[in-house]
Design a protein around this ligand. Structure first.
Ligand code: AMP
Length: 391
């Protein structure tokens, strides 16, 4: 079966075409700067022949033009992999959030309405996805369109870890609860551990521009650092992470507009907000090494948050067999991994410094009680699998 995976941003689209169940990547595509009539970027690759298109300065005024360009390459271009787009039986979307649809769902009007209902919780993501889904559905009307929601992997978290201390009716009537995100990534990490056919208690640290920690017990998410929205948990590149909601009320009272407060929390917070240097951890670390105290503080806040959640989830899981680092920072920053692991001696974590410097798959030493691992995430493959599996 041919499964197309679509990852939509507010001005970008990424595609991967898989042959399932073999999980073979047949072709990849990307469109950047959707909306530009003279400066958009289009890329395509037939992964078996290596045929590539890398085109700059493109006229791609909307998603429909970008999608049609990709479909043209798939079927008629020099690097075609299909004779007819009807061979695409399913399309899976790395979708974020839909009210009352927290799992993996065939996308119908109800699912799309749920995405509209939750615009305030995921404004950037949901608007982009709805547009992309509507366009791809119109172009591929016979395919089954599947929303693999980022909340899906966390659906079975027990209620006592999901519910907030708010009036119970808020949960019942409005769905107020911890939902969790990065499900495609943490789910992929669980797939990797499941393949080892063992019982395990794992903590997956997805540390990228957006960061979250997930406790996994034998393949199932049992806890997440994310809350109802993506603004919670660890500090992120430029988002606030956990904060006291009373602060918003206070800032409003002293005259700050809601718009300014939201901008501070959603765009000018996190690593950027504390350091004042950058939302890219590489620059923040560089500044810290050059003596910038706020940059040093930002790195320490980030690391302390990670340690805090690992400690809590260690207790929730009742132990730990595997500690996994993934995503941009998790896969590449030996510094952050070393700073985190240095503080986990009490739970039996010992690092092999050389393996850590080399970003090796196993970075714990022989005497470590916990296997510390670096696993590059593959969210698209996770989505392709879930899309293929949906009955
Ligand atoms: P992602 O969201 O998974 O694509 O991760 C992107 C983030 O990874 C960027 O914000 C970078 O700051 C961070 N990153 C990538 N490589 C490194 C590195 N070697 N050291 C620190 N941060 C890194």
């Amino acid at each position: 079966m041919k499964v197309l995976v679509c990852n939509a941003g507010s001005t970008s689209l990424k595609f991967k075409l898989y042959g399932m169940p073999e999980c073979t990547v047949l072709a990849t595509g990307k469109v950047e700067r959707v909306g530009s009539t003279d400066d958009a970027i289009f890329g395509y690759c037939n992964t078996s022949t290596g045929f590539k298109v890398d085109a700059l300065k493109q006229n791609i005024p909307d998603y429909a033009v970008g999608i049609n360009k990709f479909l043209f390459e798939l079927t008629k271009g020099e690097g075609a992999v299909l004779s007819d787009i009807k061979e695409i039986e399913r399309v899976g979307y790395k979708s974020v959030l839909s009210k009352d649809h927290y799992g993996i769902h065939e996308i119908d009007e109800g699912v799309m309405q749920g995405m509209r209902d939750f615009f305030p919780l995921a404004p950037v993501h949901n608007i982009a996805y709805l547009k992309a889904i509507e366009t791809v559905k119109a172009v591929l009307p016979d395919a089954k369109h599947v929303g693999v929601f980022e909340t899906a992997f966390h659906r079975d978290i027990p209620l006592e870890r999901k519910i907030y201390g708010v009036p119970y009716e808020w949960y019942e009537k409005y769905g107020i609860q911890r939902l969790g995100y990065h499900g495609a990534s943490h789910g992929y990490i669980a797939d990797c551990l499941n393949a080892e056919k063992k019982e395990y208690k794992a903590i997956s640290c997805h540390l990228g521009g957006s960061a979250s920690i997930c406790g996994i017990l034998n393949g199932k998410s049992v806890d997440t650092s994310f809350g109802m929205s993506l603004e919670t948990g660890l500090i992120h590149a430029n988002r606030v992470g956990d904060m006291d909601p009373t602060m918003i009320h206070f800032l409003k009272q002293i005259g700050m507009s809601e718009e300014d407060i939201l901008r501070g929390c959603q765009k000018e917070g996190g690593l950027l907000g504390i350091s004042g240097v950058s939302n890219d951890l590489r620059y923040v670390i560089e500044a810290a090494d050059n003596g910038n105290q706020r940059a040093k503080l930002a790195v320490n806040v980030f690391v302390t948050g990670i340690v805090h959640y690992i400690g809590a989830f260690f207790m929730d899981l009742g132990g730990l067999t595997d500690l996994v680092f993934t995503a941009g920072i998790g896969e590449h920053s030996d510094r952050v991994r070393a700073m985190v692991c240095e503080r986990l001696g009490a739970i039996g974590v010992r690092l092999d410094e050389e393996a850590n410097r080399a970003n090796a798959p196993i970075i714990s030493s022989r005497d470590s009680e916990v296997a510390v691992r670096v696993i590059p995430t593959d969210e698209e493959l996770g989505i392709a699998r879930r899309t293929y599996e949906l009955v």
